[in-house]
Write a protein that binds this ligand. Structure first.
Ligand SMILES: Cc1cc2nc3c(=O)[nH]c(=O)nc-3n(C[C@H](O)[C@H](O)[C@H](O)COP(=O)(O)O)c2cc1C
Length: 327
């Protein structure tokens, strides 16, 4: 039984932390694991051409190593890749296997203009032969590691049956469906009725691809309801974890201001220990919003934290602005 089948058997729905660029690095994943863990983690997406370039020219490239770094507490962990050339996908999948990830996921959903212009990710919807070659190359490179795909339901119009039907025919181990087209922004609610169609197609086709639904789910409780309605095996949560780091908790619970402050402090320490000064400090500010909100004085503290220019300054603001005046 592969990872995805085990997860689908373990509970319904199983929960996944979504891949999020400049968010779900090893540090944030460790913080999520500490507060309330999902059943499976994904890395940020990593470009296969970048991987090949780094292997050949600069194997110690910090940005590549940062994307593919993980610790044992983040298992099971799936590395997500994207790119253009099947040969590079093959080599990247071999590297991911060597790095002892638990699975490889192919990004066929990113809607970024440059990426789409280049024929990558969601643009593969219009290049089925390349999409099939990429999946075959990853399967070959990944060996026994399970191979999954994350996608959307269309590029500029909904083509769920056509596109997801094609993906199911590639006999992938899991398929994550974000219920929006590339053109639809987050203002449009995710089409869970379309996600349900993918489950029905999977059942009709008698393939054992595990289906994960994604889009607008805030927490474990909402995931349970959506899974019942749509039949998905798993639910992936992205922005919900930024709204509440507690999103995967089986019981809804609000963290106190002091608990949030302590978590931010821990996040800063772990960032320092893991990255030192090799990672852009401005990314750290995204996490301030995760912890510092929702209580009197939070806005003021957040503004002061945004003004800081280093981890040390940030820690100092917390010490002075909070510890000396606890509410
Ligand atoms: C900041 C950010 C970065 C993202 N980066 C990725 C990525 O690297 N790979 C990917 O497949 N999806 C990425 N996504 C999309 C999410 O994985 C997810 O599909 C989307 O946010 C919808 O789920 P949600 O409503 O639970 O957030 C990103 C989303 C956000 C908000």
């Amino acid at each position: 039984m592969n990872l995805w089948q085990k997860l689908a058997k373990s509970r319904k729905p199983f929960l996944a932390l979504a891949p999020m660029e400049e968010v779900t690095d090893t540090v944030f994943r460790q913080m999520v694991a500490k507060v309330a863990r999902p059943d499976v983690f994904f890395t940020e997406f990593t470009n296969v051409e970048g991987i090949i370039h780094a292997i050949n020219n600069s194997p110690s490239d910090p940005s590549l190593l940062q994307r593919l770094a993980f610790t044992e507490v983040e298992r099971p962990i799936v590395a997500q890749i994207w790119g253009k050339d099947p040969k590079n996908y093959y080599e990247a999948a071999k590297l991911i296997k060597r790095l002892r990830f638990d699975g490889v996921d192919i990004n066929m959903g990113c809607p970024e203009k440059d990426v789409v212009k280049n024929g990558c990710c969601i643009a593969l919807i219009n290049n089925r032969s390349l999409a099939a070659k990429i999946i075959a190359a990853v399967k070959k490179g990944a060996g026994r590691l399970p191979v999954s795909v994350k996608t959307r339901i269309g590029l500029d119009k909904i083509v769920t049956e056509d596109w997801c039907g094609f993906l199911l025919e590639q006999k992938i181990d899991a398929l994550t469906v974000h219920g929006r087209t590339a053109r639809e922004t987050s203002d449009v609610p995710a089409h869970w009725d379309e996600i349900k169609k993918v489950v029905e197609m999977r059942n009709e086709k008698l393939v054992d691809t595990v289906i994960i639904g994604n889009g607008d789910i805030k927490n474990a409780q909402e995931a349970g309801v959506r899974s019942q309605e749509s039949g998905v095996d798993g639910v992936m949560i992205g922005r919900g974890v930024l709204e509440s780091i507690n999103a995967f908790s089986p019981q809804p619970a609000t963290l106190s201001p002091q608990e949030n402050i302590n978590l931010l402090r821990e996040h800063i320490k772990l960032w320092q220990k893991t990255w030192g000064d090799t990672k852009n400090f401005s990314i750290m500010k995204k996490f301030v919003k995760v912890y510092i909100k929702g209580w009197e004085g939070a806005g003021d503290l957040r503004a002061r934290l945004f003004e800081t220019k280093s981890l040390e300054e940030m820690a100092e603001v917390l010490r002075k602005g909070w510890d000396s005046n606890p509410r």
